[in-house]
Design a binder for this molecule. Structure first.
Ligand code: NAD
Length: 520
């Protein structure tokens, strides 16, 4: 991506029209952003959780009021159809606020935990201490939720946040900033830096206390390197090449409808989209025929009646074209859609939904993240084979299994090395904030959503409390005369049938030695 110059104009990728003028955040202001963030941390972190949640409620109600306006901004800035902005970007964000409002108090309050008998008389607690300034860097495909959900979790846990939304969808970044201001969040608790990758890189260099990154594997690795040098903890939410497995006994109509939506929603620009589908050979032809028929009836455009919008990021169109050309050159068959040379050029960026057959794992389309509306369909013969094919990827974000046999579905699901599996459904785990979200292998490091989503932004502090009345402890000095008593005490304590009378005797003996004055 080009670094943003002083004159920054935003254009709609679906219509080519100019949709806004922006002011990039100067690199020179970064130290000041951090100073302000650290100052506001002093007051925000000291608020009670309920006091912080007051602002969350205000934000939720504001977003409910502005829902249609927000959908309009997202749709213009990304080229996605408005219903997708509403259902898959705005709704999960507001649901995350609601989840935090409901669960933050329980998740983040100090917890009393057990204390082993050997440490008799003490109490143990876990305190959730905010980390400080959290840097959130987000991508363009779901520009609202992928920025706001980590920001909200970090704020709920008492951190202050600096956010750098994607430069590809800058109007959504400004929209989020305005929402926080209007909802009345205290000044500088959440600050925005608007700009490109240079700005993002410079922000990571200023030693934030945590980096939450969502984006490509390439950038994730660069951020991981910077973070490792300063020992900054990170969450990396990266790409995917998600498999869908359709067994012969699946509800085929549902599986085809699921494949269509899973592969083509948001023009396939979804980290968890269905990027390859494996169909058991006896139903392969029927599945393919139905898929082609339904694909042909999809409508592409920018109206409320349309199913598929445009691509968001022009450079992504070239990546999709590259994968497709490689596959077609190696013998793939274009079952539906058009070849790249027929996509048209100019200021708009629509790719018609594409179905491919006769593909194999030697093709880029089966290995690399395509992030476009392309679905390769492959037959398979056995459960063992399909599990190996599905797992034969560097990625491991999401996957799905389709069958009416629950036992078989669960058996296959537990063999898939992915962060999530849906059974007879696609993508939907991301919408349930009770579930963890994240990937295996190159798809990322860490999990968020749910209680964990708030706790990652805290140091879990272990606290043990003694009344302070005793003068000493049995394991403190002096050691003389204690070894055999400890040996007997531990052997008894950890045995299959502890003798509590003997345990008590050893314990009292150790106390006695600890209290005795040395004679020499
Ligand atoms: P990207 O990595 O190009 O950019 C993401 C963000 O990082 C942008 O804000 C960008 O400005 C910033 N950035 C770029 N270089 C940087 C650097 N060196 N230091 C700091 N910041 C830098 O990704 P993208 O093209 O915006 O998003 C698409 C990718 O995101 C896809 O691979 C997709 O799978 C992935 N993604 C993952 C998830 C997930 O939750 N796992 C969700 C959505 C998207």
């Amino acid at each position: 991506m080009e670094e943003i110059q002083e004159k920054w104009e935003a254009f709609s990728p679906a219509t080519g029209e100019k949709i806004g003028d922006l002011e990039p955040t100067p690199l020179s202001s970064i130290p000041h952003l951090y100073t302000k963030s650290r100052q506001s941390f002093q007051s925000w972190s000291k608020l009670s959780i309920s006091e912080r949640l007051y602002h969350f409620r205000q934000l939720r109600l504001l977003m409910v009021k502005r829902m249609d306006e927000i959908a309009e901004v997202i749709s213009k800035d990304t080229g996605k159809v408005k219903i997708e902005a509403l259902v898959a970007d705005i709704m999960p964000t507001i649901d995350a606020i609601k989840h935090i409002e409901k669960h933050a108090n329980k998740a983040l309050s100090t917890k009393k935990v057990g204390t082993p008998l050997l440490l008799i008389g003490k109490k143990s607690f876990i305190e959730f201490m905010p980390r400080g300034t959290v840097l959130v860097i987000s991508p363009w495909n779901y520009p609202l939720q992928l920025a706001m959900v980590p920001i909200l979790n970090a704020l709920a846990a008492g951190n202050t946040v600096i956010a750098k939304p994607s430069e590809v969808t800058p109007l959504v970044g400004v929209c989020i900033e305005n929402l926080f201001v209007e909802a009345g969040f205290p000044k500088d608790t959440i600050q925005f830096a608007h700009g490109g990758k240079e700005l993002g890189a410079a922000l990571t260099e200023q030693k934030p206390d945590y980096i939450f990154f969502t984006g490509s594997v390439r950038t994730g690795k660069m951020i991981g390197e910077v973070a490792a040098k300063q020992l900054i903890p990170t969450t990396l939410e990266l790409g995917g090449k998600d498999p869908m497995i359709v067994l012969r006994d699946a509800n085929l109509e549902r599986a085809v409808n699921g494949a269509l939506w899973g592969a083509f929603t948001n023009s396939g620009q979804v980290c968890m989209s269905v990027e390859r589908v494996y169909v058991e050979r006896p139903v392969y032809q029927e599945f393919l025929a139905l898929l082609k028929e339904k694909t042909r009836s999809m409508r592409q455009g920018t109206e409320l009646k349309d199913d598929i919008g445009s691509m968001t990021f022009p450079a992504q169109v070239d990546i999709v074209a590259g994968h497709l050309e490689d596959a077609l050159n190696k013998g793939a068959i274009l079952e539906s859609g058009k070849e790249p040379k027929e996509w048209g050029t100019g200021e708009t960026h629509f790719i018609p939904p594409i179905i491919l057959s006769n593909v194999d794992h030697s093709m880029r389309i089966m290995n690399e993240e395509t992030f476009g509306p392309v679905l390769p369909v492959v037959p398979f013969d056995s459960e063992e084979e399909v599990v190996a094919l599905a797992n034969g990827s560097e990625y491991g974000l999401n996957s799905s299994v389709w069958t009416i046999d629950k036992e078989k579905a669960r058996r296959i699901a537990s063999q898939l090395v992915t962060g999530a599996v849906t059974i007879n459904d696609v993508l939907v785990t991301v919408a349930n904030h009770h579930l963890p979200f994240g990937g295996t292998k190159q798809s990322g490091i860490g999990r968020y959503h749910g209680e964990q989503g708030m706790k990652i932004f805290c140091h879990e502090k272990a606290i043990m409390e003694d009344s302070g009345r005793k003068n000493t402890e049995i394991q403190w000095y002096p050691y003389e005369g204690k070894y055999t008593s400890f040996l007997s005490l531990f052997q008894n304590y950890f045995s299959s049938k502890p003798n509590w009378f003997e345990f008590g005797k050893d314990y009292l003996k150790l106390i006695k030695i600890s209290k005795a004055k040395r004679k020499d």
